[in-house]
Design a binder for this molecule. Structure first.
Ligand code: G
Ligand code: G
Ligand code: MN
Ligand code: NA
Length: 255
């Protein structure tokens, strides 16, 4: 209850900040996008990680105003990047199922994009496989509406949410994100992790989806993914989440 009250205040007082973790194209080595990860800059307790307050936000409904803030801020950043000539860049925002289920979500998102002058295809929404599978039919309909708007869609934490292949085929998404628990050490060729990673990449490509690996921490993992035709990666090996100016600096150097 204490956390709920202070989180509510934090949203209103501008205590939330976004970090941006770069996503790298494994063929060109270029930074092609970033995942927005919210942090709470608490005036007394310092930085609070999302695993602490996102579950509270989801239980209390605060995920709606919090999620609105995140989308608005991500669009503002996309606008700021475009203003300095960085236009072929995608920001991904994590979306909770509760946001997806709001009746007017797609309309409000369209308003947010328009207000910042951001084309829909530069925004990506990540929803976890397990949240999609809570109500797969509803989720599919909501995703279909978002697809019409033109945003990119991806299934987060893929491989952990027990979706049947028939459901996967019906979700109108562009990309799957291999959950980091499947990456393993990347040195043992008989490692069961590698079999699963290869199978997910093949599954994604057979369904004409892009595949990104998250949580890449070593050169061995990166090499394995590149050798097995994974499209993109993100992880501490390349970069943690950066503040907006840090991201902008990286993109300027990379250009
Ligand atoms: O950055 P970090 O590894 O601590 O993120 C932890 C979790 O919080 C991840 O599962 C991530 O998807 C989630 N998360 C981060 N930012 C957001 C957000 O803006 N909205 C939602 N719903 N989840 C987020
Ligand atoms: O949305 P998702 O649950 O995938 O959130 C990404 C989370 O993974 C964030 O909390 C982020 O800080 C974390 N993360 C990003 N890169 C790495 C990494 O290379 N290793 C580990 N262990 N965690 C990572
Ligand atoms: Mn994510
Ligand atoms: Na994830």
């Amino acid at each position: 209850l204490l956390l709920e009250a202070s989180l509510s205040r934090a949203i209103r007082n501008g205590e939330l900040v976004l970090g941006y973790q770069p996503k790298v194209d494994l063929r060109t080595g270029k930074v092609v996008g970033a995942e927005a990860l919210v942090r709470w800059q608490h005036p007394v307790d310092g930085i609070i990680a999302p695993d602490i307050f996102i579950p509270v936000a989801e239980q209390t409904g605060l995920i709606i105003p919090l999620g609105d803030w995140v989308l608005d801020e991500a669009c503002a950043t996309l606008h700021a990047l475009a203003a300095v000539g960085i236009e072929d860049f995608v920001i991904a925002v994590n979306l909770s199922a509760r946001q997806l289920r709001q009746r007017r979500f797609v309309n409000r998102l369209a308003d947010t994009l328009a207000r910042h002058g951001v084309p829909a295809h530069r925004l990506e929404l990540e929803v976890t496989e397990s949240q999609l599978m809570d109500h797969p039919e509803e989720a599919r309909d909501a995703l279909a509406q978002l697809k019409l708007l033109g945003v990119r869609l991806s299934i987060d934490d893929f491989g952990t949410g027990y979706s049947s292949l028939s459901h996967l085929q019906k979700f109108p998404v562009d990309c799957i994100k291999i959950d980091r628990s499947f990456l393993g050490g990347g040195t043992d060729p008989d490692d069961g992790h590698e079999v699963i990673t290869r199978a997910i990449i093949a599954l994604g490509h057979n369904l004409k989806l892009q595949v990104i690996a998250e949580g890449v921490e070593t050169i061995e993992q990166l090499t394995f993914l590149r050798d097995h035709d994974c499209d993109q990666m993100q992880g501490y090996y390349f970069s943690p989440a950066l503040a907006q100016d840090g991201l902008q600096e990286m993109l300027r150097r990379d250009a």
